[in-house]
Ligand binder design. Structure first.
Ligand code: IPM
Ligand code: MG
Length: 358
């Protein structure tokens, strides 16, 4: 197969981790007889510096014309002073919405080799952690009106959270479909004891659930959910939630698996084209020092193979390679523990690439 991939290297550690993921994709292409071509699409702080915009028109076009998009990370303190309409993060939000990517899948899965890196009690970890956060990605408070004004001599800020029925219906379907391929259980997370958005959310999810009688649906308030994730993560299969709750809960879910550096994500819309990125940020403090963990990005590339290209065997080969390298005891700094071998970003990437076999 021939696939064209738009590549957003981004800021901070972005270029380093993306470099390793591209080496992995090239190894997959070589082993399985595919041709992958790459088109750079500058976005984030580096695009502000070079083109004066965090998402230049041409970059959006490159992404829309590609079969899929691979992204490292964007942002950093250097661009903190930039006008809010053009912050690096705005570029990312415009890209997600410009590509119509309403469904963000974030697997929280613990590699058994990393059980020791989880901050949770070993008895809790022993029950296993393997759930999927399905986060609504282009609605809610992220995309409502944001405004700061002066009222009665003081500043007043507002951010509007807004959901319409069709936005909830389509993300609910993604969650139920995802559950069908897993253990057939969905927990829908909301704050329906306070928010109208959450009441509409819950009502709509219940209605859509009727189309999926084989999937069990339960509801959880978001504060309780934050607690349950650390108390008993094995209870979750698919966790369905709105944009901002999903942002917060997915960071929590990633940390209990050992490190946020391990977790990939897929952002999908109605077609097969997706945006694949690790869930961590650009980590400017360690950028350019060969310290970053490339596994989240490499596993994001594996999700791209699986979801956008329908290459399940290739995706399995990448995930197995990651397992083997961890099994052999190699670790980047964020997942290192006594008795394991510390390696840099490049060596971790190279070892994984080498392990990929047809
Ligand atoms: C994420 C990030 C982004 C988000 C930021 C960078 C805008 O935290 O992908 O989780 O909040 O969605
Ligand atoms: Mg986040």
């Amino acid at each position: 197969m021939e696939k064209r991939i738009a590549v957003i290297r981004g800021d901070g550690i972005g270029p380093e981790i993306v470099g390793q993921a591209l080496d992995v994709l090239n190894r997959v292409a070589e082993q399985f007889g595919h041709t992958f071509t790459y088109a750079d699409a500058p976005m984030g702080g580096c695009a502000i510096d070079a083109y004066g915009s965090s998402l230049p028109e041409q970059s959006l076009k490159t992404c829309l014309e590609a079969d899929s998009v691979l992204l490292g990370a964007v942002g950093g303190p250097k661009w903190d002073h930039v006008d809010k309409e053009n912050r690096p993060e705005r570029g990312l939000l415009r890209l997600r919405s410009g590509m119509g990517l309403y469904a963000n899948l974030r697997p929280a899965r613990m590699f058994p080799q990393l059980a020791g890196a989880s901050p949770l009690h070993p008895d809790v970890v022993a029950q296993g952690i393997d759930f999927m956060v399905v986060r609504e990605l282009i609605g809610g408070i992220y995309f409502g009106e944001h405004r700061t004004e002066s009222v009665g001599g003081e500043e007043v800020a507002k951010d509007v959270m807004l959901y319409s029925t069709h936005e909830i219906e389509r993300i609910a379907r993604v969650a139920f479909e995802t559950a069908r391929k897993r253990r057939c259980r969905v927990v829908s997370v909301d704050k329906s004891n306070v928010l109208d958005c959450s009441r509409l959310w819950k009502k709509t999810v219940v209605r859509i659930a009727a189309e999926y009688p084989d999937v069990e649906l339960t509801h959880m308030l978001v504060d309780n959910c934050a607690m349950q994730i650390v108390r008993s993560p094995s209870q979750f299969d698919v966790l369905l939630t709105e944009n901002m709750f999903g942002d917060i809960l997915s960071d929590e879910a990633s940390m209990i698996t050992g490190s946020i550096g391990m977790i990939p994500s897929a952002s999908l819309g109605d077609g097969r084209r997706g945006l694949y990125e690790p869930i961590h940020g650009s980590a400017p403090d360690i950028a350019g020092q060969d310290l970053a963990n490339p596994i989240g990005t490499i596993l994001s590339a594996a999700m791209m193979l699986r979801y956008s290209f329908g290459m399940a065997a290739e995706a399995d080969a990448v995930e197995e390679a990651v397992c083997r390298v961890l099994g052999a005891g190699y670790r980047t700094g964020d997942i290192w523990s006594q008795g394991t071998v510390k390696v840099g970003c490049k060596e971790m990437g190279a070892r994984i690439a080498r392990e990929i076999k047809r």
